[in-house]
Ligand binder design. Sequence first.
Ligand code: NAP
Length: 246
Amino acid sequence: MQRFENRVALVTGAGSGIGQAAARRLAAEGAAVFCADLDLAAARATAEEIGDGAVAHACDVSVEAEAEACVAACVEQLGGLYALVHMAGILRFERFEDTSAESWSQVIRVNLDGTFFMNRAAIPHLKASGGSIVNAASTAGLAGLHWGTAYAASKGAVLALTRSIAVEYAKQGVRANCVCPGDIQTPMTKAPAMPDMPSREQLTRISSLDGPKGPEVVAGVIAMLASDDGRHITGEDVRVDGGTLS
Ligand code: NAP
């Protein structure tokens, strides 16, 4: 399937996990992919593996000027923007009462402010191309996450932000959706630092019923949402969690 032939996709968090899998998938379906990540070497590795004119770019999405420069560089170097796949994010586990203002702000800055900056910078180009946004929310934005108050709050806000963009821009031909992954095996979830050993109940609550899966299962859903197959889907959040919240 070549659903992204002659189309440009900008993927943040492209150096790792779900962003990397999305970059691979979109490229396999014909997209020219702009691979952005905090870690330039990781973004380069993804772009080099993909080939086909993929470009690597270093960007801290939580810095307004860097997010804007990232979108501008994509448009300048690849000639436009059809899909913004915004996967950059951070997860931190800590007890709520031990969460410092600084730690809270860092999670909100990267996960929420970063989404705001990247989405806002992309909108004028998506209006021109009739393209769309796919943001990374989380099952944690739909249900509580033990030791993850800042993370869950940031992802709940990403859901609200995305829905609001969807209704504001629907008549202008721009769609915006979220994926809500759960129990996906990536560096983020491999061995996160936790305040204590999670209990059996806590693990059951965040575990998928069909076993943990790799990031490619989310990449397939992202590609559907960003493609013409998703043309009547906007303001939606799609859980990719193997039934965790069912
Ligand atoms: P990952 O493997 O850690 O990948 C996240 C990528 O984002 C990393 O390459 C990271 O770079 C980059 N990044 C972090 N902060 C950034 C910043 N300020 N600017 C630009 N890039 C930044 O995690 P993942 O599991 O693929 O997660 C992708 C998205 O899905 C995240 O938004 C996450 O919250 C969400 N999600 C994941 C799961 C899951 O089960 N894996 C579940 C729900 C939601 P560095 O490595 O250099 O920090």
